[in-house]
Design a protein around this ligand. Structure first.
Ligand SMILES: [Zn+2]
Length: 250
């Protein structure tokens, strides 16, 4: 199942290494004659293709988008700037509970695009990746499979100072939730009153199940690690979306 998903993903977006090479080749071409092309105020280069222009959530997706997203996610002020006008959030001071447990680049998040969520404290990077997911994956999937607009995202939280959970019990390693580098998504609400719960609808048929598959595959584009009910029974009722990791999509 995981292999199938990975194959599907690589068909859709290209293998991560090939994608990296394409970006590298593109930047190389820019380097050859491109200084004026990227720096000139009247450059014909659209911002989504211009590596020195900041990430804008609503820009069309190009080969540079992932690179811009990673760079922005790792830069607190740039992350907040990208979310200006896109997310409803308060910028908070870092929370430092211990060496292992903290929330850096901390925000209190209440909405992403037009999708509200129960107020949640998390890292700006999570808010940023949620914003890309909402705009480029969830809203298109809501229109395509349900003919409506997404208006809410239900979650089980982001920050939790705890060890990783495995099928054989608690691990000795800390969870990525201990640093708010992950969020657990439980379901979705829509403008026409429909709602989706992973626990109820993942195994179903029709539009809701199709929406959930598209939501999972879309999360794989915008998060560094995505675990769905396909992964194991600990994830039967939520997507675990992580802003760190090496591209797992299951
Ligand atoms: Zn989780």
């Amino acid at each position: 199942m995981a292999q199938e998903a990975a194959q599907k993903k690589s068909k859709k977006n290209g293998h991560p290494i090939l994608r990296g090479l394409a970006v590298f080749a593109f930047l190389g071409l820019l380097g050859l004659g491109g200084f004026h092309l990227v720096h000139h105020p009247d450059t014909p280069l659209p911002p989504q293709w211009n590596p020195i222009k900041p990430l804008a959530i609503s820009d069309p997706v190009t080969l540079l988008t992932q690179w811009k997203l990673d760079r922005t996610a790792n830069d607190g002020p740039a992350c907040l700037a990208a979310l200006d006008g896109v997310a409803t959030l308060d910028n908070l001071n870092d929370l430092e509970t211990s060496d292992q447990c903290h929330i850096r680049d901390r925000v209190a998040l209440a909405a992403i695009g037009v999708a509200g969520l129960d107020n949640i404290e998390t890292r700006c990077a999570i808010a940023l990746r949620l914003a890309m997911w909402e705009h480029h994956s969830l809203q298109p999937a809501a229109r395509e499979f349900l003919g409506t607009e997404l208006t809410g995202i239900n979650h089980f939280g982001s920050y939790s100072c705890r060890a990783m959970r495995t099928l054989s019990g608690a691990s000795s390693r800390m969870s990525t939730h201990a640093t708010a580098d992950a969020i657990d998504i439980a379901g979705f609400r829509f403008a026409d009153g429909q709602s989706i719960q992973l626990i109820r609808d993942w195994g179903g048929q029709g539009g809701k199940a199709a929406f959930l598959r598209a939501a999972r595959d879309g999360a794989c584009d915008w998060f560094k690690l995505t675990l769905s009910p396909d992964y194991n029974q600990l994830h039967a009722d939520h997507f675990h979306l992580q802003s760190t990791g090496w591209g797992s999509c299951r």
